[in-house]
Design a protein around this ligand. Structure first.
Ligand SMILES: NC(=O)c1ccc[n+]([C@@H]2O[C@H](COP(=O)([O-])OP(=O)(O)OC[C@H]3O[C@@H](n4cnc5c(N)ncnc54)[C@H](O)[C@@H]3O)[C@@H](O)[C@H]2O)c1
Length: 340
């Protein structure tokens, strides 16, 4: 792809919730991006979103969309078990790809996706949205700038009541092992793990516990994990589909201070020099609650296409996060710490 002003033509596979609120909405906001095609096995869902976003062509067979020679890129917004097959076919057809998280169900699949993209010379970005939230970007900048000294401990918690089809997702695939590959850990945990890796670097070992504390479903509604990092830091995580509300965010405790990123309040930095910088003194950094996210993620993908740059959340990030999540499942099943 060359030239900043070149028109980009995209197709979207899957016309569910994430397609509507993130991908289609994101492409629609971008100038010189044309959403030319939309595919969904459910023709009514496809037609409804095609009408909403003025997409001229719809398909019930995603392969017909991928075969279109005019598409520069495709978004993959389908249940997890379809990501690998669709991404590999799209890469082989020469399309750049923005694939939803988790990248795939297995490491072998995820690696095959990366290899297919590398062979074809196309970009493969994974929808690891939390890196694009403005307060997380500020947090990364503060950590890298030494604001809290050497990070020692990281804690993250992401939970809600679950992706019920009546409330969020359009279908109930999230609750089926063969389609989702896992429950709250694979759904929410990959975001938490990616953020923790981004902030503190490589994870070297994990322990995990999964369970159903609330829902009568065949997949875990809650997952807990502990981490050791290459740097010597330690971390822990709780993710779930089992709480109606509560803390969402990440805390990092360092030798010189503490960073608290609660997604519902201003970002806070506490330093050991006696200053206590909190929301009571006003916002210490001009970062909005909830800013960035899906909108910034979509803008980044389009920018990468225009400028021919590698995406910040590429296949390697998708693979490494998945590796950690699968290791947590292994630890939960065996009762042992898993080295990575
Ligand atoms: N990045 C994020 O913040 C975020 C948030 C929510 C969901 N997701 C991810 O997005 C993906 C989709 O989730 P969702 O919430 O939109 O689910 P959803 O159930 O709302 O939508 C899935 C859509 O895929 C369609 N589909 C199923 N099989 C298909 C096929 N063979 N060909 C074409 N279309 C097919 C379904 O008919 C449905 O319309 C998942 O991988 C999920 O983990 C990411």
């Amino acid at each position: 792809m060359t030239g900043e002003q070149r028109r980009i033509t995209v197709g979207v596979i899957g016309a569910g919730a994430i397609a509507e609120h993130c991908h289609l909405a994101g492409y629609a906001r971008e100038k010189e991006v044309e959403i030319a095609a939309l595919a969904d096995i459910d023709p009514q869902r496809g037609a409804a979103l095609a009408e909403k976003f003025a997409v001229p062509a719809t398909y019930t067979d995603w392969r017909e969309l991928v075969a279109r020679p005019d598409l520069d890129a495709v978004s993959i917004c389908t249940p997890n078990y379809l990501h690998a097959e669709m991404a590999i076919a799209a890469a082989e057809a020469g399309k750049h790809i923005l694939c939803e998280k988790p990248m795939a169900l297995t490491l072998a699949e995820a690696v095959s996706m990366k290899e297919a993209a590398d062979r074809a010379g196309v970009k493969l970005m994974v929808g690891l949205t939390h890196r694009f939230l403005t307060f997380n970007q500020k947090g990364k900048e503060l950590i890298e700038g030494g604001a809290i000294g050497r990070p020692l401990i990281i804690r993250s918690r992401f939970a809600h009541d679950g992706p019920y089809s009546s409330k969020y997702a359009r279908t109930d695939w999230f609750f089926h092992q063969e389609q989702a590959g896992g429950g709250a850990l694979l759904d929410m945990g990959v975001h938490a793990i990616d953020l923790m890796r981004w902030f503190l670097g490589d994870i070297t070992s994990v322990t995990g516990t999964i369970g159903n504390v609330k829902k009568q479903i065949p997949l875990e509604d809650t997952a807990l994990a502990t981490f050791t990092f290459q740097s010597g830091a330690l971390g822990y995580m709780e993710v779930g589909w089992s709480s109606l509300t509560g803390v969402l965010g990440v805390e990092v405790y360092g030798t010189e201070g503490t960073l608290v990123i609660d997604y519902t309040t201003p970002l806070k930095l506490y330093t050991e020099k006696g200053e206590r910088l909190t929301g009571s003194k006003g916002w210490i950094y001009p970062v909005g609650i909830g800013g960035g996210g899906w909108e910034a993620e979509m803008a980044h993908f389009v920018e990468c296409l225009r400028k021919d740059q590698p995406p910040r959340t590429g296949a390697a990030e998708g693979i490494e996060g998945l590796r950690v999540a699968l290791a947590i499942y292994e630890s939960a099943a065996t009762g042992r710490r898993v080295e990575l």
